[in-house]
Design a protein around this ligand. Structure first.
Ligand code: NAD
Length: 351
């Protein structure tokens, strides 16, 4: 057998419908008495209600979290952290809000309690991406890993299917790349396959328009597993392309992951046979790329890069940017190969 190294993040995870009610007790467990609750503007109502339920344990709400963690927003939140003498962070929301909590922890080392409401998975990772002057840079440090995570599937019931579907495929993309990561191990591969299976079986329920509680719990469970994979092993060309499109063209993070995954997986197909077999098993299909393309078609509201407003000139620029500081990938990357993946996604053709 191949030798491997497995390291797990130290986070405490609660997975429970109705688990939100345990926020106060979990803050007590962390020794937090002056929490700042974070959210996006769209979730400020829920954040205010949570802060109210925490009584004097919450000293404020900052509800201007934005996608890709712009440094100027972090600076505004830091002003509140300092003026209110905050001793802990509660991040209530998707990856944007959790990213802001991490950015504060990076600067202060304050403990974080993350309450995710999408499937992005950032709450499980020691990774932080920040955007400054139109460029996203990522670093890995245990300082930003939230101490406690509460997964309450009920909090995702308000996610409309046009956000839930792409967000779940965003999580699945972490699992797909974990399967062919250079530093993969039997544990992450097992988690990745289980993640793809859970998200795959959630998809019709997620997109049905009604609240399918089992599907929401499956998607969240898959997202948690995918987040643990993202935390443990390196990501490849798919994440490099999505970071480029998100950070430099300000395209929606989950929507871009959802669109690109069949194209990037197709590029790696012949160089990652075990990963492809695992994806096929997990989705219960014979052709893993057709399975991923089908999931994308079901989940995505924007099914080609042209409809994101990208131009052919943008594709040339993105191809250059994606070649900078390359990530490991099982198939060697050239500028032409990146350009070809982007052009295929631009047209939305079957890869
Ligand atoms: P997001 O956090 O911006 O959420 C998308 C939208 O959905 C927002 O308007 C939000 O208010 C809304 N929303 C969230 N939960 C909702 C709910 N339950 N009901 C109704 N509306 C809801 O987007 P995201 O896709 O979750 O996260 C994207 C960000 O996360 C990006 O900046 C990405 O880089 C980052 N990310 C980081 C990591 C990491 O490990 N560092 C991992 C994944 C994603």
């Amino acid at each position: 057998m191949d030798p491997f190294v497995y390291s797990a993040g130290p986070a405490r995870v609660l997975f429970e419908t109705g688990g939100l009610a345990k926020t106060g007790a979990e803050l007590e467990f962390l020794g937090v008495h002056r929490a700042l609750v974070l959210s996006t503007p769209q979730q400020s109502g829920e954040a205010e209600a949570l802060a109210k339920s925490l009584g004097s344990r919450a000293v404020g709400v900052f509800s201007d979290a934005a996608m890709h963690t712009p440094v100027e927003v972090t600076q505004q939140a830091m002003a509140q952290v300092q003026s209110k003498n905050v001793d802990g962070i509660v991040s209530y929301g998707g990856g944007s809000t959790i990213g802001l909590g991490k950015a504060i922890a990076l600067r202060t080392d304050l403990p974080q309690l993350a309450i995710p409401t999408t499937y992005a998975g950032s709450e499980m990772t020691p990774i932080i991406g920040q955007t400054e002057v139109g460029r996203k840079t990522t670093q890995t440090t245990s300082k930003v890993l939230p101490e406690t995570v509460i997964y309450d599937p009920a909090l995702t019931y308000t996610l409309p299917s046009f956000i839930a579907g792409p967000s779940a495929v965003n999580a699945l993309a972490h699992a797909v790349e974990a399967l062919y990561a250079e530093n993969r191990n039997p544990v992450t591969s097992m988690q990745a396959e289980a993640s793809i299976a859970a998200i795959g079986r959630s998809m019709s329920g997620l997109m049905s328009g009604a609240i399918d509680e089992n599907a929401r719990a499956d998607a969240f469970y898959g997202a948690w597993l995918a987040g643990t994979c993202l935390a443990s092993v390196g990501m490849g060309i798919h994440h490099k392309i999505c970071h480029t499109l998100g950070g430099s063209f300000n395209l929606n993070h989950a929507d871009i992951h959802c669109l690109m995954i069949p194209y990037t997986a197709a590029f790696n197909r012949d160089h990652a046979p075990e990963a492809m077999a695992a994806i096929a098993r997990a989705l219960g299909v014979s052709d893993p790329i057709a399975g991923l393309f089908g999931l994308m078609q079901t989940a995505a509201k924007t099914k080609d890069l042209k409809s994101f407003g990208m131009s052919l000139d943008d594709i040339e620029r993105a191809s250059d940017l994606a070649m900078e500081r390359a990530y490991y990938n099982p198939r060697p990357i050239t500028r032409d190969s990146v350009r070809n993946m982007l052009l295929a996604a631009y047209e939305g053709a079957h890869p």
